[in-house]
Design a protein around this ligand. Sequence first.
Ligand code: ZN
Length: 257
Amino acid sequence: MSIFRPARLCTATRSEVIRHGLLAILLFLYSGASLGDTPRIAIIIDDLGYHLANGKRAIHLPGTVSVSFLPGSPRARLLANHAHMLGKEVLLHLPLQAYSDEGRSEPSEIGIDMSRDQLSAVFNEALESVPHVTGINSHRGSLMTRHPGHMLWLMEEISDHDGLFFIDSYTHHESVALQIARESGVDAVKRDIFLDPDRSAETVAREFERMKNVARKRGRVIAIGHPYPETLELLERELPRLIEEGFELVSVSELLR
Ligand SMILES: [Zn+2]
């Protein structure tokens, strides 16, 4: 008996090892599957570069958030450098002509009256004015994004810079930006949610919930917000909770990958 007992123990241990091994493999496979199913959220804060205080607050948001700067705006370079240091993804918030001007057009806006050369010059100057740019999202653009000719020129410019991607902020439902970007070989995606179509705290909270629902349903979502106190306050409070609720916060380039 005493001779066989260690042998039996040994057998039991071996089968346990096998059982634990199988369990570990199953757990690994399961965790791998659930990791792939984690709904991913990419948030962009744009219209940055004019105001230092709200710009600083935006680049210090907790977790992965992309920040987008208006070209030639007085604080863009300083804030973009700082954002990059903090590990935030930096985008160029490229002004494109809107349907209605309302006297708010940016000096670096690209419009449908421009020649190919003018467009190229304005685009490249805009790109050079913001450091660390990995991609572009459109500012306004309800007119320009419906014009295939000029959008093609723009996408040709973007594709000249290896790896730059394009986010259609989607300010008009007839936008052709996404289609033309893809035909030109530019990685592109369109905005799903505006977090603050108006600035009330109720609206921001409602759109934030809508963003989570879209992420759960489709597996991923792109939301754009602005550096309003109401938006920043909600994000400062809610971003850390997203992780606890089972979402993954990613940069735009991660979402596109
Ligand atoms: Zn904008």
